[in-house]
Design a protein around this ligand. Structure first.
Ligand code: SAM
Length: 304
């Protein structure tokens, strides 16, 4: 069965008395080349990193199973999490014959990522591959990045996802670009991002209003940057961009209440930055240095 044939998609949905739901960000792929290419991009990177090891993959939002099928052809084991319970009997029908695929009916945002990995994959390398629901792209990516660490080891090899093109530009931006923001700096802490290809709206049912892009986040196996306190780092990154049009000093001091604005200004200049610098000029290394100084100050304050 061609799960990307538009007539087949409509027929299956009608047979099971369901339709695509905007509230769950459902835009199903109707061009078989796209899930094929996304799965290839995900798996080829796994092969590059771990040529001799079997591996598993997590998919968020299998829909009626077109990408899931392609992942099942490559990975040893696939776990797909689908929030929409009306799609579960459809997935049983479309993928039922593949015994390396497990479907879980749940909200991915409510799951414990490390437990999901441990329970389903044991010790083998794991990747994530998905055509993400656009209404929750950033929370899903941040959750994956933050929760995939087990001590000093990252349990995920890569995250290959389709997102809106404008989100892809933010994920891939470098400092000084207008699209560089909190999510860019945060991702740079965990790995590197590559944009792979664009996908036009007419490849989906229903067509979304915008072009989409597939990106791959290649994760560092061990942390590349050392910081005294990760929580402070992410606090500083989000604080630096909370008021984008303001200087970093103004934006940061409205967010960080435990240090005076004057002291934050001193720290910025002690690190060799212009007092009027904006968040988008700082690389992840710069943010780590800034976060360490702010953390030292926080500790000093708590001892007074
Ligand atoms: N993979 C399919 C494809 O490419 O045709 C469907 C992709 S569609 C853009 C997004 C999918 O994510 C939908 O099946 C939707 O029901 C599911 N979804 C939405 N929110 C979710 C959540 N919080 N947890 C798990 N799945 C979710």
């Amino acid at each position: 069965m061609n799960l990307c044939d538009i007539k087949t998609v409509k027929r299956i949905m009608a047979e099971f008395g369901t339709g695509t739901k905007k509230s769950f960000g459902q835009n199903f792929l109707i061009n078989a080349d796209i899930p094929y290419n996304i799965a290839e991009e995900s798996y080829s990177y796994h092969r590059l990193r771990h040529p001799d090891l079997d591996s598993g993959v997590i998919e968020i939002g299998p829909g009626i199973g077109s990408l899931t099928y392609e992942l099942g052809q490559r990975y040893k084991s696939v776990v797909a999490i689908e929030i929409d319970k009306t799609l579960i009997p459809i997935l049983d029908k479309t993928l039922g014959e593949l015994d390396n695929i497990k479907i879980i009916n749940d909200d991915f945002l409510k799951l414990d990522t490390v437990k999901l990995i441990d329970d389903n994959f044991g010790n083998i390398p794991v990747s994530v591959c998905a055509n993400l629901p656009y209404y929750i792209t950033t929370p899903i990516i941040m959750k994956l990045l933050e929760e995939s660490r087990d001590g000093d080891r990252n349990r995920l090899t890569s995250i290959t996802v389709m997102v809106q093109k404008e989100v892809a530009s933010r994920l891939c931006a470098s400092e000084k670009d207008k699209d560089y923001g909190a999510i860019t700096a945060s991702i740079n802490y965990y790995g590197t991002v590559t944009k792979l290809f664009d996908v036009a709206p007419d490849n989906f049912l229903p067509p979304p209003k915008v072009t989409s892009s597939v990106v791959r986040i290649e994760l560092y196996e061990k942390p590349k940057y050392s910081v005294k306190d990760e929580k402070t780092l992410f606090d500083v990154i989000s604080g630096a961009f909370i008021q984008r049009r303001k200087t970093m000093l103004n934006s940061l001091s409205s967010h960080i209440s435990y240090i005076s604005k004057e002291r934050i200004g001193e720290i910025i200049t002690e690190l060799g930055f212009d007092i009027a610098i904006r968040g988008e000029r700082l690389s992840i290394e710069d943010f780590c240095r800034l976060a360490d100084k702010i953390y030292d100050e926080k500790i000093k304050e708590s001892k007074i």
